[in-house]
Design a binder for this molecule. Structure first.
Ligand code: MN3
Length: 209
């Protein structure tokens, strides 16, 4: 089931006006679908690798056969990241973190506003395509970012960006260009309105257990 595209947990237009329906549809049916197709094509040649848990494959990118290493890094990252990203948005956002994560964000960043500012900086500061992350690392929350479709589970990303993802934001232009063109800041500002904090809390509890 790990190499299957999970159904989108809402309709394409559900996140309007913050994320537009056309972007959602193309992002899910074209971009995400293509990452999965390409990942499966790469792993087909190595059934022993394909049989391993997905997180384990991503944690061993450097040990993959060289002829599929880049394909799995890019497309495996692309599939995992989007599978993680879709449920982190909802039309019924609480607008604020909830539960244990809310407390941890307050303690670590000195409040939600300060966290939002730092996370936004990480997302804005990622040159070109990539992701901003909130991760759990050595018993601490950290804000990081990765280029391309790299993610914090991969052994090939810099040590400082490695950890268990709690929240992720896609800042590839394909995630916002149709509605926001070059205005990444406007997209990020709008995205805060649709963050699924219940899902982030679920990720946080899983990371800590
Ligand atoms: Mn994307």
């Amino acid at each position: 089931m790990e190499f299957v595209q999970a159904p989108l947990p809402y309709s394409y237009n559900a996140l309007e006006p913050h994320v537009d329906a056309q972007t959602m549809e193309i992002h899910y049916t074209k971009h995400h679908a293509a990452y999965l197709t390409n990942l499966k094509a790469a792993l087909e040649k190595y059934p022993d690798w394909a049989a391993r848990p997905f997180a384990e494959i991503l944690g061993n990118i450097s040990r993959l056969p060289e002829d599929i290493r880049t394909a799995v890094r890019n497309n495996g990252g692309g599939h995992w990241n989007h599978q993680f990203f879709w449920p982190l948005m909802t039309p019924e956002s609480t607008q604020q973190p909830v539960g244990e994560l809310a407390k941890a964000i307050d303690q670590t960043f000195g409040g939600f506003a300060s966290f939002q500012e730092k996370f936004t900086q990480a997302a804005m500061g990622r040159f070109g395509s990539g992701w901003a992350w909130l991760i759990w690392k050595n018993g601490q929350l950290l804000i990081t970012s990765t280029p391309n479709q790299d993610n914090p589970l991969m052994d090939v990303v810099e040590e400082a960006a490695r950890g268990i993802p709690i929240l992720g934001l896609d800042v590839w232009e394909h995630a916002y260009y149709l509605k926001y063109q070059n205005r990444r800041a406007d997209y990020i500002k709008a995205w805060w309105n649709v963050v699924n904090w219940e899902e982030a809390e679920k990720n946080f509890r899983a990371a800590r257990s």
